[in-house]
Design a protein around this ligand. Structure first.
Ligand SMILES: [Zn+2]
Length: 239
């Protein structure tokens, strides 16, 4: 997910690069960022170590030379620390998870990033499962009009209490590579419907753009020009 403010760019996760497979960081993410006019990255956030999120990081870092790289599996503890925040061009960025001393546990350790423009926010929760969703409901302000569906819309995430707390109008499901795992799960989709949240699935839409400002959130727009074959191709990656 690319997050841009008027003067800054952050990339959250970099796509898969399976052993003996195509490096999607190199083949898809780098060309897409270039096509979008990104010259350099101010931050690269790798939510967790799973290949479908971290695999492409090396190729992306090589090309865009991010000033800061933050990841939950950093040596010495997570560098995307709950409570840390910064401001770019009037847009507030804050990590909600993991807290300091949280052990690296894979999906459970995903960096959770909230991006707020005035009263309107987007939440990027990586692959957190229901247990971590419950922690966010309890300990954080998770309210966000735009939610990237946790763990690609799997059955064990997007719990009803979490959706009630975030109250998203729009959920974006990144499922292209993961469709062989059955993502998104029908039960998760039913929970979004029950919450009144509209869902967009990148497996069918390709790249999506959502604009958030002080004035509100515009409906997602599919980037047809960048709807390349590889966004929907199934890659041999682990979940
Ligand atoms: Zn994943």
């Amino acid at each position: 997910v690319l997050v841009r403010t008027s003067g800054h760019a952050l990339l959250y996760d970099a796509g898969p690069a399976p052993p003996n497979g195509l490096d999607m960081g190199e083949a898809a993410v780098v060309p897409a960022l270039t096509a979008l006019g990104v010259a350099s990255l101010d931050r690269l956030v790798i939510s967790h170590r799973d290949n479908d999120h971290a695999g492409g990081a090396r190729a992306v870092a090589r090309r865009f030379d991010p000033a800061v790289i933050e990841r939950s599996d950093a040596a010495g503890g997570p560098s995307c620390l709950a409570g840390e925040s910064w401001n770019w061009d009037g847009v507030r960025f804050e990590y909600l998870h993991p807290p300091r001393d949280f052990p690296y546990l894979g999906n459970e350790s995903s960096c959770v990033l909230k991006v707020s423009a005035g009263a309107h926010a987007a939440l990027l929760p990586g692959d957190i499962p229901e247990l971590i969703e419950a922690r966010l409901v309890r300990d954080a302000d998770a309210r966000a009009e735009v939610l990237v569906a946790p763990h690609h819309g799997s059955k064990g995430s997007s719990s009803a209490p979490f959706l009630a707390a975030t109250a998203p109008g729009i959920a974006l499901i990144s499922a292209g590579y993961m469709s062989r795992f059955g993502h998104p799960h029908p039960e998760a989709l039913a929970r979004y419907r029950a919450q009144g949240t509209r869902t967009w699935n990148t497996a069918t839409t390709g790249l999506l753009r959502v604009r958030i400002s002080d004035h509100g959130v515009e409906a997602p727009e599919a980037f047809r020009a960048l709807r390349a074959r590889y966004w929907r191709e199934r890659a041999p990656v682990t979940d």
